[in-house]
Design a protein around this ligand. Sequence first.
Ligand code: PGA
Length: 241
Amino acid sequence: MKIIVRADSTECGAAAYEIFAKGIKNGAKVLGLATGSTPLPLYKEMIKSNLNFDNLTSVNLDEYVGLPVDNDQSYHYFMQENLFNKKPFKKTYVPDGIKAVDDPEGVSREYDQIIKDNPIDIQLLGIGRNGHIAFNEPGTPFDSLTHEVKLTDNTIKANSRFFASIDDVPKSAICMGIANIMSAKKIVLLAFGENKAAAVKKMIEGPVTEEVPASVLQKHPDVTVILDQAAAAELDDKYKN
Ligand code: PGA
């Protein structure tokens, strides 16, 4: 793993942008994209750049089950608002959260096929405080493919502030599996803030174990981890440069 430490999330976004820009210049055609607060500094850099994305395909990690694409909490909506409206891609894929209400298995197998047909050149990731990657929580098998994930009561409760009532909060999501993520040629993981420091340390220094999903990245041949000072705080000095 290559580890880059920068002063803050803005500088981390710029460092991540350089990797994506270089990859695109060198022929990358498919980007694996993510939602949440972590990707935003990179998306801001992409938007203000003069890079053209209309030759590129994107494949997103996950989507809530049951939210229409125009619901402002859906990941479709997030991607439109934070990247695609400003930088149109040739083709974008996000799992179909409405079709998944009745057929999560069918949607999952279709998504695996999409990833097979569009092998991911550069995959962007964040990390959860418990070491999750996307919705792949501790205990998810390393050989998992796209699957439906039931959200924990805690997550449902935490998300309820964005919805009119707790009954409107999605109860599950469709998520790329760990094997799908590991199939990307190159992986760039960003983490900011002290609340990520313990997970970052386990990912980089700890044993490779399904109890820390991100630790699987130690087995990938081309991973760059980009951290702000706070997220890097618990790392042994030998990993910082
Ligand atoms: P965050 O989430 O970007 O909102 O911190 C990252 C994650 O949980 O994967």
